[in-house]
Design a protein around this ligand. Sequence first.
Ligand code: KIV
Length: 268
Amino acid sequence: MNAVTPRDVRARKGGTPLVAVTAYTTPLARRADPHADVLLVGDSVGMVLYGQATTLDVSLDTMIAHGGAVVRGGKRACVVVDLPFGAYQESPQQAFRSAARVLAETGCQAVKLEGGREMLETVRFLTQRGIPVLGHVGLRPQAVHAQGGHRTQGRDADEAAAIAADARAVADAGAFALVVEGVVRSLADDITHAVAVPTIGIGASPACDGQILVSDDVVGLSPAPPPFAQAFGDAGREIEDALAGYADAVRTGAFPAARHVTESGGDT
Ligand code: KIV
Protein backbone atom coordinates (compact mmCIF):
# COMPACT_ATOMS: atom_id res chain seq x y z
CA MET A 1 0.00 0.00 0.00
CA ASN A 2 1.19 3.54 -0.74
CA ALA A 3 2.81 5.53 2.06
CA VAL A 4 0.21 8.30 2.29
CA THR A 5 -3.12 6.88 3.42
CA PRO A 6 -6.58 8.47 3.55
CA ARG A 7 -6.10 8.71 7.33
CA ASP A 8 -2.89 10.71 6.79
CA VAL A 9 -4.76 13.02 4.43
CA ARG A 10 -7.54 13.43 7.00
CA ALA A 11 -4.94 14.31 9.66
CA ARG A 12 -3.59 17.20 7.56
CA LYS A 13 -6.53 19.49 8.44
CA GLY A 14 -5.05 22.93 9.08
CA GLY A 15 -1.48 21.69 8.49
CA THR A 16 0.93 22.03 5.57
CA PRO A 17 -1.27 22.40 2.47
CA LEU A 18 -2.05 19.13 0.72
CA VAL A 19 -0.75 18.80 -2.83
CA ALA A 20 -3.11 16.92 -5.12
CA VAL A 21 -2.94 16.49 -8.87
CA THR A 22 -4.73 14.35 -11.40
CA ALA A 23 -2.95 11.43 -13.06
CA TYR A 24 -4.24 9.04 -15.69
CA THR A 25 -1.20 7.06 -16.82
CA THR A 26 1.76 5.18 -15.37
CA PRO A 27 4.46 7.54 -16.74
CA LEU A 28 2.77 10.65 -15.35
CA ALA A 29 2.10 8.93 -12.01
CA ARG A 30 5.82 8.05 -11.73
CA ARG A 31 6.73 11.71 -12.24
CA ALA A 32 4.05 13.12 -9.94
CA ASP A 33 4.26 10.60 -7.10
CA PRO A 34 7.33 12.04 -5.31
CA HIS A 35 5.77 15.51 -5.25
CA ALA A 36 2.10 14.90 -4.49
CA ASP A 37 0.18 13.77 -1.42
CA VAL A 38 -2.81 12.69 -3.51
CA LEU A 39 -2.95 11.40 -7.09
CA LEU A 40 -6.51 11.66 -8.33
CA VAL A 41 -7.53 9.50 -11.25
CA GLY A 42 -10.26 11.95 -12.17
CA ASP A 43 -13.06 11.32 -14.60
CA SER A 44 -11.63 14.42 -16.28
CA VAL A 45 -9.68 11.68 -18.09
CA GLY A 46 -12.59 11.69 -20.55
CA MET A 47 -11.99 15.32 -21.48
CA VAL A 48 -8.20 15.43 -21.09
CA LEU A 49 -7.16 12.17 -22.76
CA TYR A 50 -10.17 11.26 -24.88
CA GLY A 51 -11.26 14.69 -26.10
CA GLN A 52 -14.80 14.37 -24.77
CA ALA A 53 -16.84 17.54 -24.13
CA THR A 54 -17.93 16.53 -20.61
CA THR A 55 -17.11 13.85 -18.04
CA LEU A 56 -20.48 12.16 -18.51
CA ASP A 57 -19.35 9.58 -21.02
CA VAL A 58 -16.65 7.92 -18.89
CA SER A 59 -17.32 4.30 -17.95
CA LEU A 60 -16.41 2.42 -14.79
CA ASP A 61 -14.17 0.15 -16.89
CA THR A 62 -12.26 3.18 -18.19
CA MET A 63 -11.77 4.47 -14.64
CA ILE A 64 -10.53 1.04 -13.55
CA ALA A 65 -8.08 0.81 -16.46
CA HIS A 66 -6.58 4.23 -15.72
CA GLY A 67 -6.74 3.66 -11.95
CA GLY A 68 -4.64 0.51 -12.28
CA ALA A 69 -2.15 2.34 -14.49
CA VAL A 70 -1.70 5.11 -11.92
CA VAL A 71 -1.37 2.69 -8.99
CA ARG A 72 1.40 0.90 -10.89
CA GLY A 73 3.25 4.21 -11.30
CA GLY A 74 3.15 5.43 -7.70
CA LYS A 75 4.33 4.23 -4.34
CA ARG A 76 4.07 7.25 -2.05
CA ALA A 77 1.00 9.35 -2.80
CA CYS A 78 -2.51 8.31 -1.85
CA VAL A 79 -4.28 7.19 -5.04
CA VAL A 80 -7.98 8.09 -5.31
CA VAL A 81 -10.15 7.03 -8.26
CA ASP A 82 -13.32 8.85 -9.33
CA LEU A 83 -16.59 6.95 -9.48
CA PRO A 84 -17.96 7.98 -12.88
CA PHE A 85 -21.42 9.29 -13.70
CA GLY A 86 -24.06 6.58 -13.44
CA ALA A 87 -21.95 4.23 -11.33
CA TYR A 88 -23.13 5.35 -7.88
CA GLN A 89 -26.09 7.76 -7.93
CA GLU A 90 -28.78 5.07 -8.01
CA SER A 91 -28.35 3.66 -4.50
CA PRO A 92 -25.77 3.06 -1.77
CA GLN A 93 -25.69 -0.56 -2.88
CA GLN A 94 -24.85 0.36 -6.46
CA ALA A 95 -22.15 2.72 -5.16
CA PHE A 96 -20.71 -0.05 -2.99
CA ARG A 97 -20.53 -2.50 -5.89
CA SER A 98 -18.78 0.09 -8.09
CA ALA A 99 -16.40 1.24 -5.36
CA ALA A 100 -15.54 -2.34 -4.38
CA ARG A 101 -14.61 -3.11 -8.00
CA VAL A 102 -12.48 0.03 -8.17
CA LEU A 103 -10.59 -0.78 -4.98
CA ALA A 104 -10.15 -4.48 -5.75
CA GLU A 105 -9.24 -4.15 -9.44
CA THR A 106 -6.96 -1.09 -9.25
CA GLY A 107 -5.32 -1.35 -5.83
CA CYS A 108 -6.15 2.31 -5.11
CA GLN A 109 -6.89 3.49 -1.57
CA ALA A 110 -10.09 5.51 -1.94
CA VAL A 111 -12.83 6.63 -4.28
CA LYS A 112 -14.20 10.09 -4.97
CA LEU A 113 -17.82 10.88 -5.64
CA GLU A 114 -19.63 14.11 -6.42
CA GLY A 115 -22.64 15.35 -4.49
CA GLY A 116 -23.96 16.80 -1.27
CA ARG A 117 -26.84 15.99 1.06
CA GLU A 118 -28.39 13.58 -1.46
CA MET A 119 -25.21 11.49 -1.16
CA LEU A 120 -25.10 11.47 2.65
CA GLU A 121 -26.53 7.98 2.97
CA THR A 122 -24.20 6.66 0.26
CA VAL A 123 -21.07 8.16 1.81
CA ARG A 124 -22.06 6.70 5.18
CA PHE A 125 -22.81 3.30 3.60
CA LEU A 126 -19.39 3.15 1.92
CA THR A 127 -17.30 4.47 4.80
CA GLN A 128 -18.97 2.16 7.32
CA ARG A 129 -18.04 -0.74 5.05
CA GLY A 130 -14.37 0.13 4.80
CA ILE A 131 -14.28 2.26 1.66
CA PRO A 132 -12.59 5.64 2.18
CA VAL A 133 -14.47 8.40 0.34
CA LEU A 134 -13.24 11.76 -0.92
CA GLY A 135 -16.24 14.09 -1.31
CA HIS A 136 -16.66 16.69 -4.07
CA VAL A 137 -18.95 19.72 -3.69
CA GLY A 138 -19.49 23.04 -5.44
CA LEU A 139 -19.07 22.90 -9.19
CA ARG A 140 -19.75 19.27 -10.01
CA PRO A 141 -18.79 18.41 -13.59
CA GLN A 142 -21.11 15.38 -13.56
CA ALA A 143 -23.98 17.84 -12.89
CA VAL A 144 -22.93 20.11 -15.76
CA HIS A 145 -26.41 20.25 -17.24
CA ALA A 146 -28.23 20.78 -13.93
CA GLN A 147 -25.75 23.45 -12.87
CA GLY A 148 -26.05 25.35 -16.16
CA GLY A 149 -22.55 24.64 -17.46
CA HIS A 150 -19.13 24.84 -15.85
CA ARG A 151 -19.89 28.06 -13.95
CA THR A 152 -18.72 29.28 -10.56
CA GLN A 153 -21.09 28.20 -7.81
CA GLY A 154 -22.26 29.97 -4.65
CA ARG A 155 -22.64 33.44 -6.13
CA ASP A 156 -25.85 34.18 -4.23
CA ALA A 157 -26.67 33.57 -0.58
CA ASP A 158 -29.12 30.70 -1.15
CA GLU A 159 -26.77 28.83 -3.45
CA ALA A 160 -23.87 29.37 -1.04
CA ALA A 161 -25.91 28.15 1.94
CA ALA A 162 -26.94 25.02 0.02
CA ILE A 163 -23.34 24.18 -0.92
CA ALA A 164 -22.15 24.78 2.65
CA ALA A 165 -24.87 22.41 3.89
CA ASP A 166 -23.77 19.85 1.29
CA ALA A 167 -20.16 20.08 2.46
CA ARG A 168 -21.09 19.63 6.12
CA ALA A 169 -23.32 16.64 5.28
CA VAL A 170 -20.65 14.80 3.28
CA ALA A 171 -17.97 15.50 5.90
CA ASP A 172 -20.25 14.40 8.75
CA ALA A 173 -21.13 11.23 6.82
CA GLY A 174 -17.50 10.14 7.00
CA ALA A 175 -15.63 11.52 3.97
CA PHE A 176 -11.92 11.83 4.80
CA ALA A 177 -11.57 15.08 2.80
CA LEU A 178 -13.57 17.24 0.40
CA VAL A 179 -12.77 18.60 -3.02
CA VAL A 180 -14.30 22.08 -3.20
CA GLU A 181 -14.48 23.07 -6.86
CA GLY A 182 -15.39 26.30 -8.61
CA VAL A 183 -16.98 28.27 -5.78
CA VAL A 184 -16.57 31.90 -4.71
CA ARG A 185 -13.67 32.40 -2.36
CA SER A 186 -15.70 33.38 0.72
CA LEU A 187 -17.74 30.18 0.44
CA ALA A 188 -14.62 28.02 0.19
CA ASP A 189 -13.27 29.81 3.27
CA ASP A 190 -16.52 29.25 5.19
CA ILE A 191 -16.59 25.55 4.28
CA THR A 192 -12.94 25.16 5.28
CA HIS A 193 -13.71 26.62 8.70
CA ALA A 194 -16.93 24.66 9.11
CA VAL A 195 -15.81 21.10 8.36
CA ALA A 196 -13.46 18.96 10.42
CA VAL A 197 -11.83 17.34 7.37
CA PRO A 198 -9.40 18.93 4.90
CA THR A 199 -10.80 20.87 1.96
CA ILE A 200 -8.91 20.52 -1.31
CA GLY A 201 -9.68 23.50 -3.51
CA ILE A 202 -9.74 23.93 -7.27
CA GLY A 203 -10.83 27.35 -8.45
CA ALA A 204 -11.77 28.02 -4.84
CA SER A 205 -9.48 29.68 -2.24
CA PRO A 206 -5.88 29.69 -1.01
CA ALA A 207 -7.31 29.12 2.48
CA CYS A 208 -8.35 25.57 1.56
CA ASP A 209 -6.35 22.84 3.30
CA GLY A 210 -4.88 21.81 -0.04
CA GLN A 211 -5.08 22.42 -3.78
CA ILE A 212 -5.74 20.18 -6.76
CA LEU A 213 -5.16 20.83 -10.45
CA VAL A 214 -5.39 18.78 -13.62
CA SER A 215 -1.89 17.53 -14.45
CA ASP A 216 -2.02 18.67 -18.08
CA ASP A 217 -2.73 22.22 -16.89
CA VAL A 218 0.21 22.07 -14.42
CA VAL A 219 2.75 20.85 -16.97
CA GLY A 220 1.61 23.09 -19.81
CA LEU A 221 -0.05 20.52 -22.06
CA SER A 222 -3.59 21.90 -22.13
CA PRO A 223 -4.61 23.77 -25.29
CA ALA A 224 -7.04 25.99 -23.32
CA PRO A 225 -6.30 25.89 -19.60
CA PRO A 226 -9.01 27.29 -17.30
CA PRO A 227 -8.35 30.72 -15.74
CA PHE A 228 -7.93 29.31 -12.22
CA ALA A 229 -5.06 27.02 -13.31
CA GLN A 230 -1.39 27.82 -13.73
CA ALA A 231 1.15 26.11 -15.98
CA PHE A 232 4.40 25.49 -14.11
CA GLY A 233 6.17 24.21 -17.22
CA ASP A 234 5.83 24.03 -21.01
CA ALA A 235 5.60 20.33 -21.73
CA GLY A 236 3.60 21.03 -24.90
CA ARG A 237 6.52 23.00 -26.36
CA GLU A 238 9.03 20.32 -25.24
CA ILE A 239 7.01 17.57 -26.91
CA GLU A 240 6.64 19.55 -30.14
CA ASP A 241 10.37 20.35 -30.20
CA ALA A 242 11.27 16.69 -29.65
CA LEU A 243 8.91 15.51 -32.41
CA ALA A 244 10.12 18.19 -34.81
CA GLY A 245 13.71 17.15 -34.06
CA TYR A 246 12.88 13.51 -34.77
CA ALA A 247 11.08 14.35 -38.03
CA ASP A 248 13.99 16.49 -39.15
CA ALA A 249 16.53 13.77 -38.30
CA VAL A 250 14.59 11.14 -40.25
CA ARG A 251 14.18 13.40 -43.30
CA THR A 252 17.84 14.42 -43.37
CA GLY A 253 19.07 10.87 -42.77
CA ALA A 254 20.67 11.77 -39.40
CA PHE A 255 18.52 9.12 -37.72
CA PRO A 256 19.07 6.24 -37.34
CA ALA A 257 22.82 6.56 -36.81
CA ALA A 258 25.34 3.72 -36.66
CA ARG A 259 24.76 3.20 -32.93
CA HIS A 260 21.05 2.57 -33.50
CA VAL A 261 21.51 -0.37 -35.89
CA THR A 262 22.94 -3.84 -35.53
CA GLU A 263 25.48 -5.04 -38.10
CA SER A 264 25.25 -8.72 -38.97
CA GLY A 265 27.40 -10.76 -36.60
CA GLY A 266 27.55 -7.93 -34.07
CA ASP A 267 26.19 -7.88 -30.51
CA THR A 268 22.52 -6.99 -30.13
O1 KIV B 1 -12.07 14.71 -12.48
C1 KIV B 1 -11.26 15.47 -11.97
O2 KIV B 1 -10.14 15.65 -12.47
C2 KIV B 1 -11.64 16.19 -10.76
C3 KIV B 1 -10.70 17.22 -10.24
C4 KIV B 1 -10.44 18.31 -11.17
C5 KIV B 1 -11.09 17.70 -8.89
O3 KIV B 1 -12.66 15.93 -10.23
